[in-house]
Write a protein that binds this ligand. Structure first.
Ligand code: GLC
Length: 467
């Protein structure tokens, strides 16, 4: 299966003027192509990790540099110009057989369904640049003035001051892996965890002595402190915390408020009470005024572990919960992108009647094999390789037989997704990365950061207001 996966992965490589620059999203000729013949930034990450772990770093370097060139383009949607730092969701190489040249087109959201700009692309780019540096020991790429500028442009976008009262990033629906309306607008966990990780990765690569960098590094530190405080306190949910929220008083005013965001306990959905084990916990999907999205999302929780946004106790608890709720979250095909699915009236309102995101399908509680590499990395980090092994074995029973689908449907992930592409590259690469991580846990360093002991972890409620 490993040999077969490598063959497919190599067949998905995209070349630009003779050099490999990425992998296409899916190699499925049976389904309508749409934009699956493009190189997606987020989809390339597991491909890149597989290549790095295999000692093939050229394609990753070329990709990082190409994405940087694209960042420099002027990005317009109708008459509006996007921030300079924005990175594309995807790009496409066009071959002109007559003139025998290649050109590139990138999508920053202006062609994407729903016209949403990807907030995650820039973060993944920074995270991948650090992975490349760690894996090859080659600091010259990250040190290049162009790369330093690229990092700064991305950070400028997300560290900009505005009307925000929270250190988290305010986002539109569909701005990350979940790239269509799914009710994740606000402060989605996926973006907050990637933001945190990207800030920490950037810190290791920005040159201290360059002009302006001292101030920038100070801003990064401040933001990391505030962000970790906010996430560890307000996004964290375990049995104890759920019980506190259940007993919240509302309409509290002033600095002594316990229920700061005025969450109405009646808005807690019934399923959470059953889902929450006595042992375990997780970062919930979203927190904003009077709104807590209690859904569980895998990507954000795993990235929280890898970046050490989660304290070590929280990391253990996240893994405990996955173990306790194995049937729901892993089922017959790892892994649920989110849990649970939304249905009925709520589905109509939240997704806008989206026929692709029906209950237990696609982004709405579907099962995505690509997520296997994130689970495995989190397992290795928390010293639970046997858990990853179990999930991988589960996937191995069907993944190749089914033709490496993009996602599976159903409560247990038993059915190949209704509109899932076959030969989906990140399903293939995610499997390879999971296998290689288990075999050689030293690869973990590429995608993991140790806990920063200087980060304040005051976990007392009502203490965030400083006069
Ligand atoms: C879907 C996914 C998105 C992915 C793209 C290409 O739109 O939601 O996360 O990048 O397919 O595979």
């Amino acid at each position: 299966m490993i040999g077969e996966a490598w063959e497919h992965l190599r067949r998905s490589i995209v070349y630009f003027r003779g050099n490999p620059v990425g992998t296409i999203a899916a190699n499925d000729s049976a389904e309508e192509v749409l934009n699956y013949n493009q190189v997606f930034v987020r989809d390339f990450v597991p491909s890149a990790l597989a290549f790095l772990m295999n000692g093939e770093s050229d394609i990753v370097k070329n990709f990082l540099l190409k994405a940087l060139r694209l960042q420099a383009w002027e990005k317009r949607i109708d008459n509006f110009t996007l921030g300079q730092g924005a990175m594309p969701a995807s790009f496409k190489v066009l071959h002109d057989p007559v003139r025998r040249t290649d050109t590139m087109v990138a999508d920053f959201g202006e062609s994407a369904i729903g016209r949403v700009a990807p907030v995650d692309s820039g973060f993944w780019w920074i995270i991948l640049l650090r992975a490349y540096t760690r894996s090859t020991g080659d600091h010259s790429l990250a040190d290049m003035p162009d790369c330093q500028r690229g990092i700064k442009l991305i950070l400028t976008l997300c560290l900009a001051e505005g009307f925000d009262t929270f250190p988290t990033l305010l986002c539109a629906d569909g701005c990350c892996m979940v790239d269509r309306r799914m009710g994740i607008y606000g402060y989605p966990i996926e973006i907050q965890a990637l933001f945190f990780m990207a800030l920490r990765c950037a810190k290791t690569m920005l040159k201290q002595e360059a002009p302006g960098n001292k101030e920038l590094l100070e801003r990064i530190d401040k933001r990391l402190n505030a962000l970790s405080y906010h996430m560890r306190n307000y996004f964290w949910l375990d049995h104890h915390q759920l019980n506190s929220i259940y007993r919240y008083k509302t309409e509290e005013y002033s600095h002594t408020a316990v229920n700061k965001f005025n969450v109405i306990p009646e808005s807690i959905p019934d399923w959470v009470f059953d889902f929450m084990p006595m042992r375990g916990g997780y970062f919930i999907g979203n927190v904003s005024p009077a709104r807590m999205d209690f859904r569980w999302f895998l990507l954000g929780n795993c990235v929280a572990i890898l970046s050490s946004m989660a304290t070590s106790e929280q990391a253990e608890a996240i893994m405990d919960l996955i173990e306790e709720r194995w049937e729901d979250l892993v089922g017959e095909m790892p892994l649920k992108i989110s849990y649970p699915a939304i249905e009925g009236h709520e589905w109509r309102i939240v997704t806008g009647f989206d026929p692709k995101n029906t209950r237990w399908s696609y982004h709405n509680g579907g099962s995505w094999p690509v997520l296997l590499w994130l689970l495995t990395a989190a397992c290795v980090k928390t010293g639970r390789p046997q858990m990853a092994r179990r999930a991988i074995e589960q996937a191995e029973q069907r993944l190749s037989l089914d033709g490496w689908p993009e996602y599976y449907d159903g409560k247990l992930g038993r059915y190949i997704g209704k509109q899932a592409r076959k030969l989906q590259t990140w399903s293939i690469a995610g499997y390879l990365v999971a296998k290689m991580l288990l075999e050689d846990p030293t690869h973990l360093g590429m995608v993991s950061l140790d806990e920063d002991r200087n980060m304040k972890t005051l976990m007392t409620r009502s203490a965030s207001w400083t006069v």
